[in-house]
Design a protein around this ligand. Structure first.
Ligand SMILES: Nc1ncnc2c1ncn2[C@@H]1O[C@H](COP(=O)(O)OP(=O)(O)OP(=O)(O)O)[C@@H](O)[C@H]1O
Length: 650
């Protein structure tokens, strides 16, 4: 049975060849098994890569033409070194050949062929050809080396020839390497889980219980974020019942958080001035207000505040204060002495206390948001553990901005809210003091007037005087306070916070950079997938199986369908990534592809494969109804997105 090796080349040893894509060298081999065994042995990647047997009698057949003064295919001869007495190899100058059509007839390619991962740069040193001879227009290449013409004695060897690429791992090692490979190629597991959780929450669907929730203005698919109280007496916002929903914008599909104030009739549009101020306020510790409108979609007059949605967030109250244990500051009705209760409080505080750096972390975030709010002539008015949400990595955000301004404005329509802002700002600072006190004592009851002195005493024992002084300053009723006065109290802790943030940004940038690489490879695979096995193009049913596309088909097998010596799948992410990277870069390195029936081989460089890919893909694009280079557009968008991401990270 004849076997052919097709060798596609552009240049050998610095000698440019005349043909680019259309030149192949064919090698006839009478021993199919030899070839197969040789290739199979190469699949054992840790083996000394020596062919089991030489190609015997590589008979030259026909064809004129291309004659190279230099060895045209060093790789192939290195890998399948003929013996000295071997029949010479012929170069053919032809168009792209379909090996299965042109070679001796292929049998059905049921079995996924194995392809040797052998590859070598054109400038590689291991050129087995010693001399050549031109007989009647046909060039015969002879090899002088015969030493590599034996089967490998030792399957696993550490002496791997330097001219071979060895992919890390064998099937047995893949499991142990998998986690390392995953870490090297993909986003870290923790970050991945976090993102996936967020995505799952964003895609969360409404259950049957709330199936009748209406579309509200431009927002649909409402999904409650908390249990909607059946009792309308459950009032939260200054006497109004309120509820929270996740909703999707009908046009963009972007998720938002809707805060609905039930049974609210807006009669005075004056407050919309403040709403506009809030809408323009942008800060990393603020939940951005998008818009405010009234609706009758719920069957009543409801006021809707639309905010950015942060999946997986919880309130400070639920994170730190909803403990099963009773609050130690709660009034003790038992006849036990006061000292007993104080001991109880101390014990509770010692067992549950938050680390001081975390409290300062929260102080820095909250003061940072307040600083912007106050300097914009606004006041938060909802600095309360139920209105501060916390997401992963201890990110705090003020979540209910603007609501008080609208709702209170309605109940005190005669007052100008902006005139009262300084008063509200002072209230914000007092509220901040109470919040820090509550966090330090892990108790909401601690901030009640009668408990404050005990709470401060407890804090003095457990935390630094700086923290105590900050709380005392914020809670002192006499002086006029300012958010800027807090900055010196925070002091050098600010630098620690900045340092931590920068370190985290670097971690994220590293993770993102891996995904950028994956995105690039994905686009490459998308192109390959568009071409491979396409049933027809321009009425040509054989399009995907001929010419450049046939090369790409074999390349796909080479990348993804490797098998071990005994025919089991051999999966190595490093091999896949490396091959795709080389294809993307179009490196001159050559690889050997084998037809599925193992009757033919093609030796081709990545540069040529890349050319095939681009050509074939453009052929498809040209046949699409939209006559423009989609990929160019896509590339530009991709680069733009990447640039934007980098700017955002900065
Ligand atoms: N912007 C947001 N994105 C995602 N979830 C949010 C957002 N704002 C609030 N939430 C979540 O919605 C739920 C209800 O929030 P809400 O502010 O009503 O708190 P609450 O403790 O129920 O207060 P209240 O007693 O006033 O209703 C909380 O679980 C909170 O984490």
């Amino acid at each position: 049975m004849d076997h052919q090796v097709y060798y596609r080349f552009t240049q050998t040893n610095g000698v440019p060849q005349e043909s680019k894509l259309a030149n192949y060298m064919s090698i006839q081999n009478s021993s199919a098994n030899n070839l197969h065994q040789t290739f199979q042995s190469k699949l054992n990647l840790e083996a000394s890569i020596t062919p089991k047997k030489t190609l015997s009698s590589p008979q030259c057949i026909g064809g004129a033409g291309l004659v190279s003064s230099a060895p045209a295919s060093p790789n192939i001869f290195n890998s399948f070194t003929p013996t000295l007495d071997a029949t010479p190899i012929r170069c053919v100058s032809s168009g792209v050949e379909h090996p299965e059509n042109s070679s001796s007839q292929s049998t059905s390619p049921n079995r996924v062929s194995s392809c040797s991962p052998m590859s070598q740069d054109v400038s590689g040193n291991n050129i087995a050809l010693a001399y050549q001879e031109n007989v009647g227009g046909t060039t015969y290449f002879y090899s002088t080396t015969s030493e590599s013409c034996h089967a490998p004695d030792v399957v696993i060897s550490t002496n791997i020839p330097s001219d071979y690429n060895v992919y890390p791992g064998t099937p047995n090692h893949i499991a142990s390497l998998k986690s390392k490979q995953d870490a090297a190629f993909f986003i870290s597991k923790d970050l991945q889980m976090e993102m996936m959780n967020r995505n799952a929450l964003t895609l969360m669907q409404n259950n049957q219980q709330y199936a009748d929730l209406p579309q509200v203005d431009s927002y649909h698919e409402l999904c409650p974020l908390e249990r909607i109280p059946s009792n309308s007496l459950h009032k939260t916002h200054l006497g109004y019942q309120a509820s929270m929903y996740k909703a999707l914008h009908v046009k963009t599909g972007t998720p938002y958080c809707l805060r609905r104030v039930h049974g609210f009739r807006l009669q005075n549009a004056k407050c919309m001035v403040i709403v506009d101020l809030w809408k323009n306020l942008n800060h990393s510790n603020i939940v951005q207000l998008q818009e405010v409108f009234t609706t009758k979609a719920f069957g009543d007059n409801s006021l809707i505040f639309v905010y950015d949605y942060y999946p997986g967030s919880e309130t400070l109250l639920s994170k730190y204060f909803s403990s099963d244990q009773p609050d130690p500051f709660a009034p003790d009705t038992s006849p036990r002495p006061y000292s007993h209760q104080k001991n109880n409080i101390l014990r509770h505080q010692q067992n549950n206390k938050l680390p001081e750096f975390l409290i300062w972390n929260y102080i820095i975030q909250l003061t940072s948001a307040l600083r912007l709010i106050h300097s914009s002539g606004l006041a938060c008015r909802s600095l309360d553990p139920t209105k501060i949400i916390i997401t992963s990595k201890n990110r705090l955000r003020l979540s209910c901005l603007g609501v008080m301004d609208v709702v209170l404005n309605e109940s005190n329509a005669s007052m100008n809210p902006l005139a009262l802002v300084q008063h509200y700002q002072q209230e914000d600072l007092t509220a901040l003091g109470k919040l820090v006190l509550a966090l330090a004592c892990k108790s909401t009851v601690a901030v009640q007037r009668e408990n404050i002195s005990t709470a401060v005493d407890i804090i003095s024992r457990s935390y630094t005087t700086d923290l105590r002084n900050l709380i005392m300053y914020l809670l002192s009723p006499q002086q006029r306070k300012s958010i800027t006065d807090l900055m010196p109290m925070i002091g050098a802790r600010f630098y620690t916070q900045m340092d931590n943030l920068h370190s985290y940004i670097e971690v994220l940038e590293y993770e993102v950079s891996k995904e950028i690489e994956n995105g690039r490879l994905f686009r490459l695979m998308a192109k390959l997938g568009t071409i491979n096995e396409r049933p027809e193009l321009n009425m040509d049913g054989a399009w995907a199986e001929t010419g450049d596309r046939y090369m790409l088909k074999l390349f796909r097998d080479y990348v993804f369908h490797q098998v071990t010596e005994d025919g089991r799948p051999w999966v190595d992410m490093a091999h896949i990534v490396q091959c795709l990277n080389k294809l993307d870069a179009g490196v001159p390195e050559k690889i050997c592809l084998m037809s599925r029936d193992e009757q033919s081989m093609l030796v081709v460089s990545y540069a040529e494969l890349k050319h095939c890919l681009e050509q074939s893909f453009h052929e498809i694009l040209n046949a699409t109804p939209v006559k423009k280079d989609l990929i160019d557009v896509e590339d530009k968008l991709y680069i733009k997105c990447e640039n934007e991401k980098t700017v955002n990270l900065k």
